[in-house]
Design a protein around this ligand. Structure first.
Ligand code: PLP
Length: 383
């Protein structure tokens, strides 16, 4: 078998954020969003070759990587990106913060969809910028924008609209039509769009396509900052490489104000890993998606069989967003932890009563974790 995602991996002692918190305890940690899979061999070989050189000095953003990104955006999304539109970053999270600080004036206002990856909210809170949470709605089993709520949230000082596509934690791949309506809304209110597309390559539903919002039309591109990275897709978030694609020069300059000051370059290791992944990683990625799809299906089946829990179908990402309000317990995260499974608490994403489960792990670990969750659920019914 060329790619073996079942191969056991022991991450103890590797300073893993996800694993260290519960070290020494009988807890399956399915919270932080990285996977338990080794990065593709092409990535590991490229890193090894770079290390063998031995000098790890200050490093320019590789022109080859700029070209590989532009080529990939054209090939996968028919999105024309000029290499000079790319601003490298050590991570997508700094990009969320830079958008809040530099693309929204101090007296401006931002719109933040919720539930959402917690750093969106942190970015506007720490900047600090006034903001409104725009609740997504569950419609036909998908977490989508509620356009009435969106329209009601906009203010005269609104300048920035955040988007997470595919959506973490909801797992939605927004359609071209949905994005078109969002872009029209942004144009009507003259908003800059900050679109985090880090999960773009993790599409689990065959036949559904990722559409970068900036690819819709030149006028949308000119008001958009797209944040991206291969670090989720190929599982090297510890290597530190991400970027923003910003066509408009004024926006790009404003966004880049902290570069070589409070914001460092991407890491040398991140550049090397990203280039290898984009050049040679696609077969590994296709195999990983097959594996994740089966994990998604197993998770959906198991959750559907647990009374009091429900989840939307996960179109993309390796994250299941589970509604635990039907259990009638005060703290679902604590309940599952007491039964040996660490999930992310919904509060973190702005939605108490929910939990998020990371199914990016070996099936031999996922299945017992789901069984533990089932016994946690049964325990609530025995009371
Ligand atoms: C939507 C989203 N954006 C950004 C990140 C983190 O990006 P980075 O590690 O490149 O800062 C995550 C990680 O879970 C994420 O889900």
């Amino acid at each position: 078998m060329p790619f073996d995602f079942d191969a056991p991996v022991d991450r103890a002692g590797t300073w893993s954020s996800r694993w260290e918190r519960y070290a020494g305890r009988d807890v399956v940690p399915l919270w932080v969003a990285d996977t338990d899979f080794r990065a593709p061999d092409c990535v590991l070989a490229a890193l090894g070759a770079r290390l063998a050189h031995g000098v790890l000095g200050y490093t320019l953003a590789p022109p080859e990587l700029r070209e590989a990104i532009a080529e990939r955006m054209q090939r996968l999304y028919r999105w024309r990106v000029e290499t000079e539109w790319i601003v490298f970053l050590p991570g997508v999270v700094p990009g969320l913060h830079l958008a809040a600080r530099h693309l929204c004036p101090p007296d401006g206002h931002a719109l933040v969809p919720t539930p959402v990856y917690h750093h969106f909210k942190r970015a506007v809170t720490l900047a600090p910028r006034a903001h409104s949470d725009v609740p997504l709605a569950l419609r036909d089993g998908r977490w989508v924008f509620d356009e009435e709520r969106l329209a009601a949230s906009v203010r005269p000082k609104s300048r920035l609209l955040y988007l997470c596509n595919p959506q973490n934690p909801g797992g939605t791949i927004f359609t071209r039509a949905e994005l078109g309506r969002l872009a029209a809304f942004a144009a009507r209110h003259d908003l800059v769009i900050c679109s985090d597309e880090i999960h773009a390559d993790l599409l689990l539903d065959a036949g559904k396509a990722h559409v970068p919002i900036a690819s819709l039309a030149p006028e949308v591109s000119r008001r958009t900052v797209t944040l991206a990275s291969p670090n989720k897709t190929f599982n090297f978030p510890g290597a530190g490489c991400a970027w923003a694609v910003i066509e408009d020069e004024t926006l790009r300059r404003a966004f880049s104000a902290d570069h070589h000051a409070t914001v460092h370059d991407a890491s040398l290791f991140g550049y090397v890993a990203a280039l290898a992944a984009y050049r040679e990683g696609d077969a590994w990625l296709a195999a990983q998606l097959d594996y994740l799809r089966a994990n998604r299906d197993a998770t959906q089946r198991a959750i559907a069989a647990m009374p009091g829990l429900s989840m939307a179908h996960v179109e993309a990402t390796y994250l299941a967003w589970i509604d635990a309000r039907g259990l009638g317990v005060a703290d679902a995260h604590a309940l599952f932890l007491a039964h040996g499974v660490a999930l992310s608490p919904g509060e973190q994403f702005g939605a108490p009563g929910f939990v998020r489960l990371n199914f990016g792990t070996q099936r031999a670990r996922l299945e017992p974790a789901l069984a533990r969750m089932a016994s946690a659920v049964s325990s609530t019914r025995a009371r």
